[in-house]
Design a protein around this ligand. Sequence first.
Ligand SMILES: C[S@@+](CC[C@H](N)C(=O)[O-])C[C@H]1O[C@@H](n2cnc3c(N)ncnc32)[C@H](O)[C@@H]1O
Length: 300
Amino acid sequence: MEAVYGFPPPELAMPGSGARQLSPLVPGAEAIEDLPDGALTRLVIQAPPGTLERRYVLAHGLRALEPDGVLIALAPKTKGGARLGAELAAFGGEVRQDARRHHRICQLRRPAHPAGVADAIAAGAPRVLPALCLWTQPGVFSWDRIDPGTRLLLGHLAGLAGRGADLGCGLGVLALRALESAAVSDLVCADIDRRAVDAARRNITDPRARFLHADLRGTAPGLEGLDFIVMNPPFHDAGQEDRGLGLAFIAAAAAVLRRGGVCRMVANVALPYEGRMKAVFAQARLVAQGGGYKVYEGVR
Ligand SMILES: C[S@@+](CC[C@H](N)C(=O)[O-])C[C@H]1O[C@@H](n2cnc3c(N)ncnc32)[C@H](O)[C@@H]1O
């Protein structure tokens, strides 16, 4: 069985046809963690930029490959690629390296007994971070600290009521605050990152919460006629700045709110979201500004 993790540029490494997708950022994909040991014959990994996350994925890949199975891992040189060869070599086996189009492309055959796999998996695994008192995992957005934009929005979530959603919920920090209001009857926590949804599910045990692993650029099942939205929309897709993503979130928020429903959103001051807020909401206003972030409220 062949598999692929992420979307490696096809001109650099081609997954076999029928390769199964393992990325946590693809709703419906299999989880690399769930593959039995030795299940794969070949695996292509678009290696993530964070060191702990990358070594975790590489280690799981080696675990899931059969002995002598082929692992191809690649990353842009400035986003972990420069270290990829050494990281793979540390697991054992002979690594062949190639450099093309600002990427490092590494290939090795799985050694019979790769070294350090369990340690790399433990270092990148879900855990409770005492400083946050939250379940989290390296690779999830702002996995080891509260994002400053999120922190600003946390101070402006009073008065929420009825049925709502946290779009791009991450670890569930905004959702937890929203659920402090007894007037909230139910809250959907939605994210494209399966690891984030899993962490949010562990962090929020309130029976009013539901969880959704979905790409909010598409239609989100079951989200309609909502009374409120809270969100800190993403502006990176696959490591690249993508302002269109934030604009898509604003459109998604407006689409799932009832008339009169409220959206509270935070964004970096440099992002041009005000115009879109005014275009899709009946009323849009700046609620707060500080530390390089703005909180907006839109009323549908
Ligand atoms: C800026 S983070 C905010 C996370 C969390 N709400 C917080 O405040 O810490 C944006 C979140 O959106 C998620 N995301 C990115 N693209 C998405 C998409 N197309 N559909 C759904 N969620 C997405 C990311 O995984 C990330 O968790």
